[in-house]
Each structure stands twice: as C-alpha cells, then as structure tokens.
Design a protein around this ligand. Structure first.
Ligand code: TRP
Length: 447
C-alpha cells in the first residue's frame, strides 16, 4: 500500500468521512434499501410464482450478495480510493475497467432517477388529494419535471459532502422508512386478505429450483437490491476510515435490506389479495394497482401519501449513492471541487436519463417497440450490473494481494475464511453464468 509514487491523491475530494460507524451503516442501508426492495422485488416475486422465488433469493443473498458487499466495503476502506483509483491501484491498465464501471453506473442512475421522479410526483399527487392514474400521468410532461427535480435534489445533497450531505439526510430517511413500513404492516395484518397474501408470498415451491433462469434472476435481483456491483459501497467504504467491523456492518445492512423487502411484501400482497388485484401486475403494481386499493381503504388518502413517501425516501437515498460514484471520481481525477463535480454530474445524468423519462411521457420514446426506460433497465440494471460486478469481484480478489484487502489472512475469523473464497471463486463463476444466460436469452426465443 505504501507506494511512494501515487498517481492520484485520494485526499482532495474524498477527505470527508463518516462521523461514526453508525453513520456509515445508515448511509449504506440508505443505498441498499431502494425501489429494488419495494417495487422490483414485489414485481419479481409476483412474476415468478410467489414463494417459489424465495429459496434461490435467500441462497443468493448469503452466498453471493453479502460476500460481495463485504469485498466492496473492505476494498474501499483498505485502498481508501474511489472506483477508478482503486482499479488503478490493482494494476494500472485496469483503471480502464474502473471507467467502464463509472459509465455503467451513470447509465443506471439515468433511469433510476426517472422512477424516483414517479414516486416524487405521486407524493405530490396524493398530498393534493389527486388520484392520478398511471396512464394519465405518463401521458403528460409531469414525469420529466419530477425526474429533473429528483436529479437536482440528489446533486444538491451530494454537493454538501459525505458527512454534511449524505450522512445527514440518510440519518433522517432510513429510520423514517422503517417507521412507515412497520406502521403499514400493522394495517395490512388487519386486512381480510392477509393470510392469502402471506401464503402466496411465503409458500416455497421446490419444483422451480431446477430452473437456472430463476437462479439467474435471483442473483441479479440480489445485486440490485443490496447495491453491490457498481462500486457504490466501495466508495462509501472509502469514507469509513476506521473500518471497524466491516463484516458485521455489512451483515447489518444486508439484514436491514432483507427486512424491508419482506415487510414490503407483507404490505403489498395482502392489499393485492384483499382487493382482488393481480399479483403479477408487473412494474405497474405500485403505481396503478395499489392506488386503486388505497381508494377503497379507510384512511386511504393518508395511506397513499405515506406509501409514496416511503417509496420516495427509499429511492432518493439510493439514487444519492449512485450519483456519488461518478461525482467523487470526477472530482478526484479532474481535481475539481466536489460542488462543481456534483453540478456537472447532475447535468450529465439529466441528459442520460432524459430519453428514459420521455419514454413514459407525452412523448413516448420507444426503440424497437420497447420503452427506453425498460431497455435501460435491461442494459444497465441487469446486464451492466453483472458485468460491472464481475470486473470488481475479479479485480479485487485476484489482482490485489489478499493481505492488502483482508489484512493478516491467518488471523481471519471462521466466517471470513468462508467469505474470501466465495469472493474469489463463487461470485465470479455465478456472474459469468448469469451473463452467459442473459446473452443467450436475447437470441433465443422466449420460453
Ligand atoms: N439497491 C438499490 C435498490 O434496491 C439500488 C441501488 C442503489 C444500487 N445503489 C446501487 C444497485 C448500486 C446496484 C449498485 O433500489
């Protein structure tokens, strides 16, 4: 580590750090808990036959997701570097791989902020008592405005820095998410369809376990949900100077992420079954199906506000972690102040996300019949995430000495002695398989 000649100094833009381990954990939970837990998770569970999906999902969380999170956080902490610097430290030519990660992450933020914007718009609608249906919403230009507003909010938070910006806002948002969700579960428990919803959600069906596509989908969803694979937690780890108990911190973040996904399922499926809605409604579930149910429920207007606030809080704290990756990279590599880098990146992601925002607006931009947003989800949210995760897993477990990342190997705990080989062998192998199946699925007819 102590090489004399270092091409890039990590101290300029990244000098900021978390005030405490708790600040680091809350910010990381803020990153992990996002639309993925509430909107994407319930959609995927619904489309993959309910509880059937949970066994591969849980296996993927513990064998692939948690080890990857520990690797990312530990790498950031030990190398004290943002993504491009970290790759550069491994091997100088690998810095190009770091740039690939930055480009892919910029692509995902673009469309993630569009969905964040939808949640923001629905907070505003439900506050004003308007029952806006999704088709009417997307036939207007409101999705563009709310997308640009979300991008501006993220850029503003990030420009305040790690401690005064990201940490301050996540210490408010993350507890709020848990309070709202717990309250909603208490309401869902009283619904007539609670038992039916829960049994749909939680009854495992072991017959699907032989289907490799379900496993691939589970691994992809775990990466997305835990925020691993795009260097966000690597970046957050670099602001955690003491690095105290990273494995345990990662376990807490993972547990919190799982808890939110499960609690959200315990709210969404009972509502779906109580009001005779379609559990496999897909991405429209949160924005079309659930508002219909809220309209019928006692205190439905209040519930709608609270539910969309929950979605918005979860989304914005994740979007912030995405935007931090290219912002701090730009600030350190171009040696410009964080504020300016944040402003520039906000403009960049506004341009990158604009086609996705348009694709669900009065100007429905489609490519080959598919909305640009869905294409971007496939390219950056699914495929790019696996590629980027593979680059990170391989680089930091094969091209950096294990003692650099993990310290004295002979003194590792039993748990960590399992985690290190999982990072070296199991994660790269799993990701290669996921990528191969994904590519095949583009060329083979569906089914
Ligand atoms: N985890 C977030 C969610 O569940 C999305 C997310 C934020 C993410 N940062 C990330 C996904 C970094 C991959 C990598 O919605």
């Amino acid at each position: 580590m102590g090489r004399g000649k270092r091409k890039y100094s990590c101290m300029d833009a990244g000098a900021d750090e978390w005030s405490s381990r708790l600040g680091f954990i809350l910010a990381s939970i803020g990153s992990a808990v996002g639309i993925g837990n509430i909107w994407r998770f319930s959609t995927i569970v619904g489309q993959n036959g309910g509880g059937a999906y949970l066994v591969p999902y849980l296996c993927a969380v513990f064998l692939v997701g948690l080890p990857m999170m520990i690797l990312e956080m530990q790498t950031g902490h030990r190398l004290r570097a943002q993504v491009v610097q970290a790759f550069h430290r491994a091997r100088s030519p690998l810095r190009h791989a770091g740039w690939i990660v930055c480009i892919l992450v910029t692509g995902i933020i673009g469309y993630y902020l569009v969905v964040t914007g939808w949640t923001l718009a629905y907070v505003v609608f439900s506050l004003s008592g308007t029952r806006e249906l999704f088709p009417a919403f997307t036939a207007s230009f409101a999705p563009i405005i709310s997308f640009l507003a979300s991008a501006a909010i993220c850029g503003a938070v990030i420009s305040f820095g790690v401690r005064k910006g990201i940490e301050r806002i996540t210490t408010f948002l993350v507890p709020a998410i848990f309070v709202i969700l717990t309250g909603m579960v208490l309401i869902a428990v009283q619904l007539p369809g609670f038992a039916a919803g829960v049994s749909y959600f939680l009854t495992p069906d072991f017959s699907v376990l032989a289907d490799p596509l379900i496993w691939g989908a589970a691994i992809g969803q775990v990466f997305f949900s835990l925020s691993v694979g795009y260097g966000a937690l690597l970046t957050y780890g670099s602001y955690f100077r003491s690095g105290e108990e990273i494995p345990r911190s990662a376990a807490i973040v993972t547990a919190a992420d799982l808890a939110v996904a499960f609690l959200a399922g315990l709210v969404i499926f009972p509502i779906v079954f109580s009001y005779g809605l379609e559990p496999a409604a897909g991405p429209e579930l949160a924005f079309t199906t659930l508002p219909l149910a809220f309209a019928l429920m006692p205190w439905g207007d209040v519930l709608a506000v609270v539910f969309f606030a929950l979605l918005f809080f979860a989304a914005i704290s994740s979007a912030i972690s995405f935007l931090e990756v290219p912002t701090v990279t730009l600030a350190t590599m171009a040696r410009i102040p964080r504020r300016r880098a944040a402003a520039l990146m906000t403009i960049v992601v506004s341009l990158v996300g604009l086609p996705a925002a348009l694709s669900y607006s009065a100007y429905p931009l489609h490519i080959g019949g598919v909305p640009v947003l869905d294409l971007m989800d496939e390219i950056f949210g699914t495929f790019g995430l696996s590629v980027s995760g593979l680059l990170i897993a391989v680089t930091f477990s094969w091209f950096v000495g294990p003692e650099v990342i993990w310290g004295d190997i002979s003194r590792l705990s039993l748990f960590m002695r399992i985690v290190v080989p999982l990072c070296r062998y199991v994660i790269p192998a799993a990701l290669v398989i996921v990528i191969v199946f994904r590519v095949l699925s583009w060329f083979l007819p569906a089914g």
